[in-house]
Design a binder for this molecule. Structure first.
Ligand SMILES: [Zn+2]
Length: 243
């Protein structure tokens, strides 16, 4: 007798409440009685072996139940992981994450926003937090401690870059003066159009790129070059993607 089984039972069997489904899955593998009795306590093994298989299913096959076509996709796998593994309060940061992914910008720029909001960018204060011995000063201005708020919003080079990119009204908007970079970005995502969020994302990507270029290659760009490059790069991307 054959039965199809759903492999997610094996990936997350203990996180689901449906033990019966898991038992069915074991049976569907034609697992021998001996193995079942070895793996489970006596009463559970009996229940597994008593559970009838579905007679209408003629052939075993692996299916992915998160997709209608029953084929695995990274997107649905990620959603499942978010639901079962990362969905706990411990890992969940409240915020306008959709606003980041809806931004009209190259993926690398949206990804940078996401990393920034997840606290994943290796600014010097983050590195110190993770016990990496390093100087704390901003590699661009060498005057203040480098954290996300400084490098993207408060550093003199960053401020002038915002201006050169035509985004100083966003930078100075009273609505976006939160004390941490993540809250500022979420506020921008909630209040600005996806085009403007995209422009901001592109600018932040250019600011971060300039910071790394200075740090690793000792290349220095003027703020007006950074801002102008962000402006042009976003317009080029937009003209291609909005045809
Ligand atoms: Zn600085």
């Amino acid at each position: 007798m054959y039965a199809s089984f759903r492999w997610c039972f094996f990936l997350w069997p203990l996180r689901t409440s449906s033990k019966a489904l898991m038992l069915l899955a074991f049976q569907s593998l034609n697992t021998s009685d001996f193995k079942v009795r070895n793996l489970f306590s006596k009463d559970v093994a009996e229940k597994i072996l008593e559970t009838p298989l579905v007679s209408s299913v003629r052939e075993d096959k692996v299916v992915w139940e998160e997709e209608r076509n029953e084929c695995y996709s990274v997107k649905s796998g990620y959603k499942l992981a978010m639901r079962y593994i990362i969905g706990s309060e411990k890992y969940h940061d409240v915020g306008n994450w959709n606003g980041i992914w809806k931004a009209q910008a190259p993926h690398k720029a949206r990804h940078l926003l996401w990393r920034l909001c997840r606290g994943c960018l290796p600014t010097r204060s983050r590195l110190l937090e993770r016990r990496v011995k390093c100087t704390l000063n901003c590699p661009v201005c060498d005057e203040e401690i480098e954290d996300e708020l400084h490098i993207f919003f408060r550093c003199a080079v960053a401020r002038d870059s915002w201006s050169a990119a035509g985004l100083s009204s966003v930078l100075h908007n009273a609505t976006y003066q939160q004390t941490n970079a993540m809250d500022r970005i979420f506020a921008v995502c909630s209040n600005e159009s996806s085009d403007t969020v995209g422009r901001v994302a592109m600018l932040l990507w250019c600011i971060w790129h300039n910071r790394n270029d200075k740090l690793w290659n000792d290349n220095v760009q003027m703020p007006r070059q950074i801002g102008r490059h962000a402006f042009d790069a976003w317009n080029d991307w937009y003209s291609v993607h909005k045809l």
